[in-house]
Design a protein around this ligand. Structure first.
Ligand code: PHB
Length: 390
């Protein structure tokens, strides 16, 4: 870390030596770390497209500071590689802010570094509650598993579901999803009949499905990272006859808009609790989805898009107010409220996590025959219940 400091002071000395031009000439760099290759490459693509839409709608500068985004490819879950990329961005590229981060272990890995180098860092996805407690420089614009899993459990119980199996990927967000669902469901009187922890690298879900089916619960609640794992899981749920057996699927991000068409008719009727639907009925979301479609024909908006779009908003607020004098930047957005394509949101002044509506949605075909997550119920202004309750 000493080395990092030396490099940072050298970099700021150079910065000072060349200072002098009008404020508008000063460029503030933001490093975005996300998967741009491998099985999770769709995340980086969705992040970048949403940022480019935000820039197209809001201009390339804020408060007289030109903003430049520098993208780095982390691949999938890769904490040591992510830490190295963050170091490179801060030292070699001279970024003042960071953003991105799909996977919890990757976000956790940069906490000591952003603390030491005082780099405000906006998390566009990584969703384990504890992350934001690991550095005061974190602000999160995505969601947390606690935030969406408790409403899912409460809705399920209200529908008459009394027994559930839980199957989650065995790492941070899966553990949060499990405990959140179980706590809320059991508090109401529901029974969790089984809990299955699935390895992050698993692609064969048939044995888990068989185990769940044999116990015939009313429902199965699951969490897997959005993308190939959750897609394969849903496929296995259908192919192993759980749906036919009347075991209802309860989830959060599994009906991600980028995979819905590939799931096809098997998705229709599946209910999830989540903070963003590409079909959220608002003018602002319509403008967002129209602009994505105009700039990137064929692309759709999903959880990654809205996390990055609102992340860009936060970065613009901070940079607009303080530019590269970033040490107090996070204070600029504490308590900030704005309208997002997902609905009304704010940054909790204490936890620095986004407070937002959670929608209960069901997959259906819209008037154009496209599969969409149709919102039919809303729980308003939900904070990160994991930070509130623990
Ligand atoms: C996470 O690692 O925190 C994570 C990854 C993918 C998701 C949600 C959470 O879809």
């Amino acid at each position: 870390m000493k080395k990092l400091f030396a490099a940072l002071s050298a970099a700021s000395a150079i910065g000072l030596a060349s200072a002098g031009p009008a404020l508008a000439d000063h460029t503030v760099k933001v490093g975005i770390i996300a998967p741009f290759s491998g099985p999770f490459a769709i995340w980086g693509k969705q992040f970048q497209e949403a940022i480019e839409v935000y820039v197209a709608q809001n201009g390339e500068s804020a408060g007289g500071h030109r903003i430049e985004f520098v993208y780095k490819d982390s691949g999938g879950p890769n904490p040591s590689g992510t830490k190295a990329l963050a170091q490179e961005l801060v030292i070699s590229d001279g970024v003042d802010y960071l953003g991105g981060f799909v996977f919890t272990p990757n976000a956790l890995a940069v906490a000591p570094l952003i603390d030491e180098a005082q780099i405000p860092t906006v998390i566009f996805n990584a969703a384990t509650s504890i992350i934001v407690e690991k550095s005061d420089y974190f602000v999160r614009t995505s969601f947390s598993l606690w935030q969406v899993s408790v409403p899912m459990a409460e809705w399920a119980y209200a529908q008459g579901i009394r027994t559930a199996a839980i199957s989650v990927t065995d790492y941070g967000p899966g553990n949060d999803a499990e405990i959140a669902f179980k706590t809320a469901f059991e508090a109401l009187g529901g029974t969790v009949v089984d809990t299955i922890k699935m390895p992050l690298a698993t692609t064969d879900f048939a044995p888990f499905m068989q185990r769940i089916k044999d116990q015939s619960p009313d429902a199965v609640f699951g969490f897997l990272p959005a993308g190939p794992p959750s897609f394969a899981y849903i496929k296995a749920y259908n192919e192993n006859g759980l749906r036919e057996a009347g075991i209802e699927f309860l989830g959060t991000g599994e009906m991600d808009e980028t995979t819905l068409e590939a799931i096809g008719d098997a998705a229709i009727g599946i209910t999830t609790a989540y903070h963003y639907s590409g079909a959220h009925p608002s003018e602002m979301n319509q403008a967002f989805t129209d602009k994505i479609d105009e700039m990137f024909p064929g692309s759709v908006t999903n959880l990654a898009s809205v996390g990055a779009y609102d992340g860009a908003h936060i970065l613009y607020q901070m940079i607009g107010a303080v530019g590269s004098e970033r040490t107090e930047a996070v204070d600029v957005v504490r308590g900030l409220a704005w309208e997002s394509p997902r609905g009304p949101v704010s940054i909790d002044p204490v936890t620095r996590h986004i407070t937002q509506n959670v929608y209960i949605r069901r997959v259906a075909r819209d008037e154009n025959g496209r599969l969409v997550n149709e919102e039919f119920d809303v729980i308003e202004a939900v904070p990160d219940l994991g930070l509130v309750e623990n």
